[in-house]
Design a protein around this ligand. Sequence first.
Ligand code: AVI
Length: 383
Amino acid sequence: MLTRVGSSEKNSYGDTVAVAFAFSPGMEPFKHRQTYRLDDGVSQYLPFRLMRNPSFPAPTVAPAANSYLGLLRDVLSGMGSLNKAIPPRWFYDQEGSKLFEDITRLPQYYPTRCERTILSTYIREIVPLLGHNKVLVEFGAGSATKTSVLLGNALVSEYIAIDISGEFLRESIASLQAQFPHIPMRPVEADFLRPMELPHTVLQRGGIGFFPGSTLGNLSEAAAVNLLRTFGDALGHDSILLLGVDLLKDEAILLPAYDDPQGVTARFNLNLLHRINRELGGDIPVSAFKHEVRWNEGLSRIEMHLRARYDVQFRVADCSFSMREGETIHTENSYKYTVRDIRLLLRAGGWNTTGFWTDPDGYFAVLSAQRVPIGSDQEYSAD
Ligand code: AVI
């Protein structure tokens, strides 16, 4: 069965855009595959040093991450589905990125604190596994607060920070650049979930992919494996991955981390509706929705939803929607892994685990991994 929605609208720049969709209700988010060149306009984000360095070509990644059309497409297809869902990438406008930063400082939200502890405690063990003079590429850098421990200890030739929220990213990288003036840095506003081609220096020197914060856990298993393969393809054969993941634990710890009594995560979730109203000219009555968190034991994931408090009707970009009381919009999954789960996921994505570190409570893990050499399928390994 196909759901059809169509619309014609002017975007915030005054251009007339026409869109028409035909999506199946079960369509998975993150399936959009397009590649754009980032040569135009990217130079405005470069530190002066890099602008004068002609051997540092622009990377090719998908820049349309935060675009009007991308949001429109995901919202109309997601809201037109039987089980309403909007991909979590749309949380991160300027306001959403600030709210996420607030979440990371909440006492109930342990992942950021645990990951920082692991990195600073074990940095001496981690650094030798990262090689020398490789290019550090951070996927979903955001505030890049965990990067300084790597930049201060590992020998890296360049730092490329990719994030969907450009303004926020540029501010973070400007302050990191002041801290480490000798390391060339490049903030790239892009969606790393789409195919990417990094500067040739990455393939020449080898890349260190840094993917902290358990963002991998926001993807389905299939999308996570695809992303790990995309990272491998972009970083090249002689590359290393440093990955942060949230481990499976008691519901009593998990639920408050996503449903804090201060209401910060609720504001983060509801900001998605404010964003849709702001950017797509919607009239969603935000107060008709409630933040809801569920632990899905069978799938080992936290789910965030927006639940209608009563029957509601609203419009988004000239399309009408209605929801019954209790119906929800599924806005995020956050998978929690066992150590074996994550090792298997890495292997399926083309990476062999080479190191594993955790915090004293065993809440969070940082893993290092190497690309699986072509043609290797060991039946038995002593590690
Ligand atoms: C970005 N990501 C790993 C966070 C998580 O824990 O899944 C997003 C988040 N959602 C609510 N709180 C934090």
